[in-house]
Design a protein around this ligand. Structure first.
Ligand SMILES: [Zn+2]
Length: 135
């Protein structure tokens, strides 16, 4: 269950599929699931492989770079712990999986499909997280 910290940032949900993903942020690793049967990467975490339906997987670290597939600038309603306008990007990582991430601190007017970005690990209060920054 997601909780809100004293300063307002959402704490991550906790379950057997997601815990490794958030634990990776503590060590500044971007981990995704890799199916041990067919090798397909998947993100966000899920119980089974969308390619072969296997329930077996292992965590795999991504390199942390990719390009903007799409983006949106959030204005309303307010998001806990973020100020508006709040740019967000859907990024195709170099390994092929897509991740949605905050781009707070980036001028929304500069967002552009295809622009190269990299992961930056941040702390939002007590919560280890990531956001995207331009390369
Ligand atoms: Zn598979």
């Amino acid at each position: 269950m997601t909780e809100t910290t004293a300063r307002g940032h959402n704490a991550p949900c906790s379950n057997r599929d997601f815990d490794f993903f958030y634990a990776g942020f503590e060590g500044e690793e971007l981990l995704v699931q890799r199916c041990t049967q067919c090798g397909t990467l998947r993100s966000l975490p899920s119980p089974g492989c969308g390619n072969c339906s296997s329930l077996d997987w292992e965590p795999t670290a991504l390199g942390g770079e990719g390009e903007i597939f799409s983006y949106v600038t959030h204005y309303h309603p307010p998001l806990p712990g973020f100020s508006a306008p709040h740019p967000m990007a859907l990024v195709t990582m170099d390994e092929g999986v897509r991740l949605l991430g905050a781009m707070d601190g980036t001028d929304p007017d500069t967002l552009e499909i295809g622009r190269r970005v990299k992961i930056e690990f941040v702390r939002r209060d007590a919560v280890a997280a990531y956001r995207f920054r331009y390369l």
